[in-house]
Design a protein around this ligand. Structure first.
Ligand SMILES: Nc1ncnc2c1ncn2[C@@H]1O[C@H](COP(=O)(O)OP(=O)(O)OP(=O)(O)O)[C@@H](O)[C@H]1O
Ligand SMILES: [Mg+2]
Length: 254
């Protein structure tokens, strides 16, 4: 795919144009994300809304147009990080490898401009050792173990790199839920299925009929539901613990 210098400059400066070059017409929220300059992004987006695809576009753009960038892809399990990385690789190939690869493997891509995109496994023992990340992407973030999240954050310390966490919700717990609800520096995107033009009303109606209510709300309505097998709701537990009642077991027990 030949690109003129003028067009290349446009693609360098405009990630939405870069996405279009890849054949993706960004949805409105995707356009906002592609134009965002925030270094802290949370995407609470329904299933199949395109959060992995758009993040992969951002990762590839970073690698191509910002030499010597280290980009890390993390998910609860290697297979899921690999899926995200696979989207990056597919786009890179679709563009006919505009910056040549030094090595192109199943789990990593190293470009001649010094940029690297690396897939991380989902265990904190093996991921330590990376530092200076320009961009850290956490896919399926609500299901990533907190220890893992805490282990990867320091990789941004010296580089001042960007962090993007993308997920559907998974209960009122874990780092993704905490970050989504507690305020802070994050730019947040909430995208329920109604805002995804590729998910039809008819399909959603069918899902609503077939799935338990809480599953439907979690997968399609960006809702942090109580844990499926919880007997007590989080609110009930919080209320109980904040009253004068001391817990019988565990921390604080006599
Ligand atoms: N703007 C777009 N134009 C056309 N297709 C798109 C667009 N955004 C996403 N898609 C397509 O929608 C499908 C789902 O995208 P993707 O896998 O990125 O969604 P997701 O939100 O990560 O889903 P999941 O929660 O299941 O992981 C893919 O086939 C992707 O190519
Ligand atoms: Mg995904």
């Amino acid at each position: 795919m030949m690109v003129s210098l003028a067009e290349d400059l446009k693609l360098a400066l405009d990630r939405a144009a870069f996405a279009r070059r890849l054949g993706l017409m960004p949805d409105p929220w995707q356009g906002d994300l592609l134009r965002s300059t925030s270094g802290r992004v949370l995407l609470n987006c329904c299933r199949q809304s395109g959060k992995s695809t758009m993040t992969a576009v951002i990762a590839l753009h970073r690698a191509l147009y910002h030499p010597r960038s280290l980009i890390l892809c993390l998910a609860p399990a290697l297979r899921q990080s690999q899926e995200l990385f696979g989207k990056v690789l597919a786009s890179y190939r679709a563009l006919d490898r505009p910056v040549p690869a030094q090595t192109e493997r199943k789990l990593s891509l190293e470009l001649e401009n010094g940029s690297r995109i690396v897939t991380l496994p989902g265990t904190d023992k093996t991921i330590r050792g990376f530092s200076g990340a320009a961009l850290l992407i956490v896919d399926e973030a609500s299901r990533v173990a907190d220890e893992l999240y805490f282990a990867v954050r320091p990789m941004l310390a010296v580089s001042g790199g960007a962090l993007m966490m993308l997920s559907t919700p998974y209960g009122k717990r874990g780092a993704f839920f905490e970050e989504w609800t507690k305020g802070g520096v994050w730019q947040r995107y909430e995208v329920p299925a109604g805002r995804c033009p590729r998910i039809s009303e008819a399909f959603l109606a069918e899902e609503r009929r077939s799935l338990p209510g809480w599953v439907y709300r979690q997968e399609y309505l960006c809702s942090f539901e109580e844990t499926e097998d919880a007997v007590f709701t989080t609110e009930m537990v919080d209320a109980a613990l904040s009253a004068e009642v001391a817990p019988l077991f565990g921390e604080g027990a006599a």
